[in-house]
Design a binder for this molecule. Structure first.
Ligand SMILES: *Cc1c(COP(=O)(O)O)cnc(C)c1O
Length: 409
């Protein structure tokens, strides 16, 4: 019997193999984390899980560099946002929100819908917050009505990173008693972050970014000062109250009901990998190095073309996500090519243009957060280069050499 003949075409897709979701969350979960979750549910009342959660709490403090309180929620980042808001405010209170991208505005919208008056200082879509303007706004609040200054550490839409220590210093320079509340959902476990040293009162995180878990857990770390403030907040509801979760003595109080059993096993494994094996400073350094490879690549591509990184100053760029522009619809075409032809999914541009506007197709984001190493990041960049060639997108030369050079340092 004659074997069928298979014509081999140069255009055949090259997608078979492990796909890579290179978006800013959910990030890639390590096999070890997934395997730790792959088990039968334990007894949720006593024994192993209770002991294991006892080891999680100190490690959650370590990952945020704090000695203060932590509350775990079965929620995504939006849930953790709302929990933080409920614990800080009463209806009619005022907040000052320094927005550096779509996520800052999203947090503000959630606050407004709870009945909190929000003064927004909009720092645009590609710059960090200016601490001086925050200080000016606090000085103007002579009646000391503002309860909290709220800011994203890294705004995942713009990839702009704020200098939290400088913002703390600016607040202190005014003598204003406002809390400093930080959305660190995109930066926790990626960018250098020191809650106590930087005087952060409320820190919000989620499981599916630097912590390398599937979506489903939200975290709030809060200071003694924030705990005091929460005692007068009338927006707090029984479920979102951080007091039993963060300062309770009974196991069931931590979760307001059934524990998120499997996520907790995954979290245990992830924290062991990050804190005890790799080490937090090395986790930060790895993200910084990979980010520099991404930036060097875009710098080369941008030479004499319309390609541009969103944030001009490297010191103000997040280490876990990079937002960029590839004009004339290039970003959208490239995203589609990578997904259809190469098994790589890049992030959409968020908050840069309306999804109905043609300019929407000019923006994309590359996620490099969590369980990522050199070959994953270089693989994405090289595949983007291939996509640009395939699509005829104009790009400067030498990008991959530049990426390699940035990695080697
Ligand atoms: C991902 C993210 C959020 C939203 O988290 P969800 O889990 O999608 O609700 C909020 N803020 C920042 C900075 C983020 O990166």
């Amino acid at each position: 019997m004659a074997l069928p003949s298979f014509p081999i075409e140069p255009t055949m897709p090259i997608t078979t193999g492990r796909t890579y979701l290179a978006i800013p969350g959910p990030s890639v979960s390590p096999e070890r984390v997934l395997n730790a979750m792959h088990r039968s549910a334990p007894n949720i009342y006593e024994g192993e899980i209770v002991d294991m959660v006892g080891t999680l709490i100190p490690d959650l403090r370590r990952v945020a560099m704090t000695r203060q309180h932590v509350a775990i929620y079965i929620a995504n980042g939006h849930g953790a946002w709302e929990a933080a808001n409920c614990n800080m405010f009463s209806r009619g209170d005022r907040a000052l929100l320094a927005a550096t991208g779509r996520f800052g505005h999203g947090w503000a919208e959630g606050l407004q819908r709870l009945g909190v008056k929000v003064d927004i200082i909009d720092f645009g879509k590609s710059s960090p917050a200016d601490p001086q303007r925050i200080a000016d706004a606090l000085r103007a609040d002579v009646a000391r009505e503002i309860r909290a200054v709220q800011v994203t550490h890294v705004d995942t839409a713009s990839s702009a990173r704020n200098d939290l220590a400088a913002i703390r210093a600016a607040i202190d320079s005014t003598g204003h008693p406002a809390l400093l509340a930080v959305d660190a959902i995109a930066s926790l476990g990626c960018d250098e972050l020191r809650m106590d040293e930087w005087g952060i009162d409320v820190l919000v995180g989620a499981s599916q970014k630097g912590l390398m878990l599937p979506p489903g857990l939200g975290f709030i770390w809060f200071s003694d000062k924030a705990l005091e403030a929460s005692r007068r907040a009338d927006l707090v509801t029984p479920y979102w109250d951080w007091k039993p979760r963060g300062t309770g003595t009974e196991f069931w109080q931590y979760f307001g009901g059934t524990a998120p059993t499997h996520h907790l096993y995954g979290l245990r494994e992830a924290l062991t990998m990050m804190l005890d094996e790799e080490g937090l400073p090395q986790v930060w350094a790895r993200h910084h190095r990979l980010a520099k490879a991404v930036w060097a690549t875009f710098d080369a591509w941008s030479k004499d073309t319309g390609i541009a990184l969103n944030v001009a100053d490297p010191a103000s760029r997040g280490w876990s996500v990079t937002a960029a522009r590839i004009p004339d619809g290039g970003a959208g075409a490239l995203r589609r090519w990578l997904e259809a032809e190469a098994g790589v999914t890049l992030g959409i541009g968020l908050g840069m243009a309306l999804s109905t506007e043609p300019a929407y197709q000019d923006f994309l984001r590359v996620g490099h957060m969590g369980h990522v190493n050199a070959h994953m990041t270089l693989g994405v960049l090289a595949t983007m280069e291939a996509g640009m060639q395939a699509l005829g997108i104009e790009h400067g030369p030498g990008a991959l050499e530049a990426a390699a050079g940035a990695l080697v340092g």
